[in-house]
Design a protein. Structure first.
Length: 79
């Protein structure tokens, strides 16, 4: 839920159609100290994301940083 300091949003960094692949990627990112989560909204696409609580004006900065870190340019924001 929104707080006085910002909103909680997720930056999705990878999407998978296979749960084992998504779990492998999640475990790999956690070994690098990333605060990542795995979730699905439709039981078909599994999403690996990093949650943030920041003002909505920071979403562009978060996307730029994650795209530079992951090097794919495919990160997207979900509320």
């Amino acid at each position: 839920p929104p707080s006085s300091d910002g909103f909680t949003f997720k930056a999705v960094v990878n999407e998978y159609y296979s749960l084992p692949l998504a779990e492998t990627r999640l475990a790999n990112l956690k070994t690098y100290g990333r605060q990542v989560i795995l979730y699905t909204s439709d039981s078909v696409i599994y999403k690996v994301a990093e949650p943030f609580t920041r003002p909505l004006t920071d979403t562009t900065k978060v996307l730029d940083s994650l795209n530079a870190y992951y090097g794919k340019g495919k990160a997207k924001i979900e509320l």
